[in-house]
Design a protein around this ligand. Structure first.
Ligand code: PEP
Ligand code: CO
Length: 449
């Protein structure tokens, strides 16, 4: 194999990099980004990898979640806080059921660029560039907004830096105190008969905390109960941007992509000779690979060998997203292939991307029951093969949006338009994300995870 360089991806097959008109302007912006400080440190990426390695041994479980696409418009302290809080609540529920620590990984602080199935979009006879995410162009359907503008990368960097700064404060500065996290919206829990079982778990957590207080392990005093490790991730799609933030760690002399702790390769850029695979080959971050119905397991094996020749645990997470209808056909074959070749991977269920449908009013949506069905099937398939589900990957927000149908509140097709704010795919709202976590944790526990 040829030597890897930060830009050796340019010699490979490049897909889904946005079409900039002014290459010179892009080059100038990238040159500036090259001089900007890293957003994450090598040691943190290594810590995450070590935690993911524990999850491959059933000693931890991963929750990866956040917006499909972060936007400049929805950027606010409250939004960041609410996403952080709901991930912490989901973690508390899962730990309480499964009795393992939860690795908290946001789809946040850098999830700004989107692959699109078509380069253009046509509305009422007008054809314009597709929307590629706020780091590239604007979502408004005008010629000006849809023109890719390299300046936007600076804003994406700056928003990522501020987001990460706030997340670090929340994670270390007391906001992660378990008592505060546990005070979730009990209305949701009490509102239905089914909700009663969740109330039990919530009460259980309060009882643990009371017990700890009584024996002198106070959440105010014990630093560990007030702080959490919170990591960031995004699809490493915009390679000029990712390259600019790729640096050699001065302590280890190893290369890391410092735009996030964890980078994943999307379903559309996962193939042999892909520029995205080549880029990820040289970085020491943990890497996710999306696996959809078009995946050829033998091709994936080759990609895994390229990315993780030493078969290091925690390095590769397979984020499968087949859809409730397709998972039975595809996942068993994939698990057999991986097991036959003794590859160590973390199995992560993304029940979002294979279950997208159009509502009666033409909005992209997903139904809660399909999501739960896909992940439940995944738990059973993996168990039947002697493997186990190691985590979930969700598009979700801490806001009370109406983008996915179903759940305890029985959000209907007709309710969707009332608070439909996503810049790309439909997200679970806070209650739905929490409810899904309850259900998945319960299913994992029933199956002896
Ligand atoms: C995504 O995670 O938003 C995405 C585009 O996923 P996939 O590559 O699996 O389609
Ligand atoms: Co998406």
């Amino acid at each position: 194999m040829k030597n890897w360089k930060k830009d050796s991806w340019k010699d490979c097959t490049i897909k889904h990099i946005p079409p900039y008109k002014d290459q010179n302007k892009l080059d100038k912006i990238i040159a500036r980004l090259n001089t900007f400080p890293p957003l994450v440190f090598a040691g943190e990426c290594n810590n995450l990898k070590a935690e993911l390695a524990k999850a491959t041994e059933r000693k931890a479980f991963l929750v990866q979640g956040g917006d499909c696409a972060e936007s400049f418009k929805e950027f606010s302290a409250n939004n960041i806080r609410d996403t952080f809080r709901v991930i912490l609540q989901m973690s508390a529920v899962i730990t309480s059921e499964m009795k393992v620590p939860v690795i908290k990984l946001g789809r946040i602080a850098g999830q700004f660029t989107k692959p699109r199935s078509s380069d253009t979009e046509t509305v009422n006879g007008t054809t314009l560039n597709s929307y590629y995410g706020d780091s590239v162009n604007g979502i408004e359907f005008t010629k000006e907004a849809r023109e890719p503008d390299p300046e936007r990368l600076l804003r994406a960097y700056s928003q990522s830096a501020s987001t990460l700064n706030l997340l670090r404060s929340f994670a270390q500065g007391g906001f992660a105190n378990l008592r505060k996290v546990n005070s979730w919206n009990m209305g949701f829990v009490k509102s239905s008969k089914e909700g009663k079982k969740y109330e039990k778990i919530a009460n259980q957590i309060t009882e643990y905390l009371d017990f700890m207080d009584a024996v002198g392990i106070n959440t105010e005093q014990v630093i560990d109960l007030n702080t959490v490790d919170f990591y960031t991730s995004h699809e490493g799609l915009h390679l000029p941007y990712e390259e600019a933030l790729t640096r050699v760690d001065s302590l280890s002399n190893k290369v890391y992509c410092t735009s996030a702790h964890f980078i994943w390769i999307g379903d559309r850029t996962r193939f042999i000779d892909s520029a995205h695979v080549e880029f990820c080959r040289g970085i020491n971050n943990p890497i996710g690979i999306k696996c959809g119905p078009s995946l050829d397991p033998d091709e994936l094996l080759k990609i895994i060998d390229i990315l993780n020749p030493e078969n290091e645990a925690g390095k590769i997470s397979l984020i499968f997203r087949y859809g409730e209808e397709n998972i039975d056909q595809h996942l068993p074959v994939l698990v057999d292939t991986i097991n036959k070749h003794n590859k160590t991977v973390l199995w992560i269920s993304d029940p979002m991307h294979g279950n997208t449908v159009k509502s009666s009013e033409g909005l992209k949506t997903r139904d809660f029951s399909s999501l739960l069905n896909e992940t439940t099937k995944a738990i059973h398939i993996l168990k039947s093969k002697g493997s186990h589900l190691g985590g979930i990957h969700l598009e979700m927000t801490g806001q009370n949006v109406t983008e996915c149908t179903g759940g305890l509140y029985k959000l209907s097709d007709k309710d969707l338009h009332s608070r439909y704010h996503t810049h790309c795919d439909p997200r679970l709202n806070a209650n739905q994300a929490l409810e899904l976590s309850f259900n998945i944790a319960e299913e994992m526990e029933k199956n002896g995870h």
